[in-house]
Ligand binder design. Structure first.
Ligand code: SAM
Length: 311
């Protein structure tokens, strides 16, 4: 398979107009951008109103030069810290922000940085967004026992049959030194129906490895637990996801927050729980055709927004 043509090797933010509108950034306020990346969303929020300020966080220290640029341009209205949203959101005071954004996954900058995220690069199998993490994709691919590898692939979205098949192939072909080599091993052993798909057969395998290395499921769970308390009454949370595992998790949490009563109708002593607010997006908002044409990465983005109850 040949490398797909992408519009840019620099990160282009997705659904920017939608984020600015849903967060009401043009009215000003204090915003938290939990996934600063290339800073595109932070910049759009800051440009929307001179009364808007942003706290940006990202677990990848490689984004710091981009953050410094925004600091120079917007002064006190922009602050940045390196950190993981699963760990550091609970450190902000209660009711600190009018709006919070999380644009999950990795950035195009990370994809092209020879850090093992890309199927096409002869780069070491690293995949850590935060370089202080100890587990790398190399450790998983070259040292995990078969059973553990199968479970990890399944947890990352690979179906059961394919997880067993590809885990066996990976174990047989060890050592696998680079990301490109891993993609080739998977492609060469993929059943025809997978090779005929438009996406590379190793895409989901890479996704599962990235999720495991960066503990993405635990990060998202901890984030969803801590974030409601840091958002002001009437404030909004916008989350952009890029695959169905994450999207299901986000949708479920937001529906749960919105439900006044989470116990079943037949339950004798109903455990009534006050609704935290309402889901503003019945279905995930998708990029318009024009955006997808300009930025193919936006094709799989889905945005969900929750508004917390006013006092
Ligand atoms: C899709 S990019 C965000 C792009 C950004 N919205 C922009 O406009 O350029 C995702 C970013 O989130 C960061 N990230 C992923 N998981 C994170 C986590 N648990 N905590 C903090 N940052 C995280 C990645 O390092 C990456 O820079």
């Amino acid at each position: 398979m040949s490398e797909p043509v992408t519009a840019s090797t620099r990160h282009v933010p997705v659904l920017v107009r939608e984020i600015v509108e849903f967060l009401g950034a043009s009215e000003g306020g204090r915003f938290l951008d939990c996934t600063f990346g290339g800073g595109g969303h932070s910049r759009a929020i800051l440009e929307a109103s001179p009364l808007a300020s942003v706290v940006g966080i990202d677990r990848d220290p490689a984004v710091e030069p981009m953050a410094e640029r925004l600091q120079q341009e917007f002064g006190d209205r922009f602050q940045f810290r390196v950190g993981s949203f699963g760990d550091c959101c609970s450190q902000f005071g209660e009711r600190s922000f009018d709006g919070v954004l999380a644009d999950l996954g990795m950035s195009t900058d990370q994809l092209h940085a020879r850090r093992g995220f890309s199927l096409w690069e002869d780069a070491p199998l690293d995949m850590r967004m935060d370089p202080s993490l100890s587990l790398t994709a190399d450790e998983i691919v070259n040292n995990y026992p078969l059973g553990k590898l199968v479970s990890l692939l399944q947890a990352g979205g690979v179906n059961s049959g394919e997880a067993h098949h590809f885990a066996k192939v990976i174990v047989q072909k060890r050592p696998i030194a680079t990301a490109k080599k891993l993609a080739e091993v998977v492609e060469n052993s993929a059943p025809r129906k997978l090779r005929e798909k438009s996406s590379h057969p190793a895409t989901v395998i890479f996704q599962a490895l990235r999720i495991a290395v960066n503990e993405e499921t635990a990060q998202l769970r901890d984030f969803l637990e801590s974030i409601p308390s840091v958002i002001k009454a009437g404030g909004r949370l916008a989350i952009i996801t890029f695959h169905s595992l994450e999207d299901r998790f986000v949708a479920k949490s937001m529906r749960h927050w919105g439900a006044g009563d989470t116990s079943p109708a037949w339950w004798p002593t109903k455990s009534r729980q006050r609704s935290l607010g309402k889901l503003l997006t019945r279905k995930a908002v998708r990029a318009l055709t024009e955006e997808v044409q300009q930025n193919p990465a936006s094709r799989s983005a889905g945005l969900r927004v929750f508004e917390f109850e006013s006092e």
